[in-house]
Design a protein. Structure first.
Length: 121
């Protein structure tokens, strides 16, 4: 059975809190929320409001992207490996690689979005 979105969000918030080495009480005190609210969010029993999410994101120092499931099919480890290699290049070579990559992606998207080109694949 797939995990529901509130349970997923709660697990991510709990992991971020633990990474900050905070108890639920400390996070509640520092974010201005009730401990019960933190508990309910972490257990997936409560849908946090936008304001609550903003307070938690700010206090935990996490990107909103880390709290929500990704719909990307890209292997994150491969992407991180690529980015690491790219960062080891000097600025001129980084620009060349990014320009080349942009060109390739544009070509792929053009082929992908043009049904007449399906036969060439």
């Amino acid at each position: 059975m797939p995990e529901d979105k509130f349970t997923f969000l709660g697990r991510r918030i709990r992991a971020a809190r633990k990474e900050c080495k905070l108890t639920q009480q400390e996070l509640a005190d520092q974010s201005g929320l009730a401990v019960k609210t933190i508990q309910d969010i972490e257990k997936g029993r409560k849908n946090p409001t936008y304001e609550t999410l903003c307070m938690l994101i700010d206090r935990l120092g996490v990107s909103p992207n880390t709290l929500f499931p990704s719909k990307s099919n890209v292997d994150k480890d491969s992407l991180q490996h690529f980015l690491g290699k790219l960062q080891s290049c000097n600025k001129q070579n980084q620009k060349m690689v990014l320009n080349s990559l942009n060109f390739l992606v544009d070509q792929v998207l053009e082929i992908q979005n043009n049904p007449e080109n399906d036969e060439s694949l």
